[in-house]
Design a protein around this ligand. Structure first.
Ligand SMILES: Nc1ncnc2c1ncn2[C@@H]1O[C@H](COP(=O)(O)OP(=O)(O)OP(=O)(O)O)[C@@H](O)[C@H]1O
Length: 281
């Protein structure tokens, strides 16, 4: 089946801090693809460049070179108007459910906005909001309430409903459960899987947590210092990793024994540096 999204040799760099400081290369030739209805998990340490890959696909950071093709069109080349049209099929769920929703707008208004922007009447939008709330398992009266009346997990359900509002083909999920407790994580992940089954939406699922990525992804790509060092079927990459960095990531994943966990973490940091070390290297 043809890919829905193809990224080829993507390079992104940011200006270095201070005068005369070289640009910092954050993505150094990233290539990936996602098929319709598929989940590609992007995993790696903090600072490895995962979020920047998602932001580049969404058109939120300037790209130095490379090609991003979505539904057969070059996103990095099309005119801004066409980019906005294509952008409807490309939505995002951010990490922090406490800052991603407008605190002064009711959930109903937040969910209606993209629908009204698409030319739906107020009545159609109201009906569709009802269906969206049902789909993410929130009560119908949530439409009248403000974000502060909801827990983190419920807010993330609202963010999922907003991303789904105009039937996108791909959703970039950027650490969508990292801010939630473990039980809530599981219910939100189950919901994302159920929605994928019902709608055939594809996900680019960004997370530092291998267990989470393994749970939701068909395929996994491992990001290290701005490059994909390994990719393949989720079970292969997480079950029989080939690259030493993936093996180290797996070993550094949380285990019940605190002392063992600390020792593994120290070994990982000795080998690969701590959080945010990638760009400085
Ligand atoms: N707008 C920017 N300007 C300068 N540097 C940036 C910018 N955005 C990201 N970076 C740097 O790029 C590197 C990769 O960041 P990115 O957020 O993509 O990593 P990540 O793997 O998603 O990590 P995290 O999970 O912590 O967000 C980091 O060193 C970060 O400081």
């Amino acid at each position: 089946m043809n890919a829905l999204l193809t990224v080829e040799d993507l390079r992104v760099s940011f200006p270095g801090r201070g005068w005369g400081v070289r640009r910092v290369e954050v993505l150094r030739g990233v290539s990936l693809n996602i098929r319709p209805g598929e989940t590609l998990g992007l995993v790696g340490e903090s600072g490895s460049g995962k979020t920047t890959i998602g932001r580049a696909i969404l058109g939120l950071v300037p790209v130095q070179s490379g090609a991003i093709t979505f539904a057969g069109e070059r996103l990095d080349r099309v005119k801004p108007r066409r980019r906005r049209e294509l952008g409807r099929d490309l939505q995002v769920i951010f990490q922090d459910p406490y800052t991603s929703l407008n605190p002064s707008r009711t959930i109903g208004d937040t969910l209606s906005e993209p629908l009204l922007g698409q030319g739906h009447t107020a009545r159609e939008a109201r009906q569709r909001v009802g269906r969206l709330l049902d789909r993410v398992k929130l009560p119908a009266d949530a439409a009248k309430r403000l974000p502060r009346e909801f827990s983190g997990g419920q807010r993330q359900r609202v963010a999922i409903a907003r991303a789904l509002a105009i039937d996108p083909k791909l959703i970039v999920c950027d650490e969508p459960v990292s801010a939630l407790d473990l039980t809530t994580q599981k219910t939100v992940l189950d919901l994302l899987l159920e929605i994928q089954e019902q709608t055939g939406v594809a996900y680019l699922f960004v997370s530092h947590d291998l267990a989470v990525v393994r749970f939701v992804s068909h395929r996994v790509a491992v990001v290290h210092r701005g490059e994909i060092v390994e990719s393949g079927a989720a079970a292969d990459v997480t079950g029989a990793p080939r690259h030493p960095y993936t093996r180290a990531l797996l070993l550094a994943a949380p285990v019940a024994d605190v002392a063992e966990q600390r020792a593994r973490r120290q070994a990982f940091e000795l080998e690969y540096g701590g959080a945010n070390s990638s760009a400085e290297r």
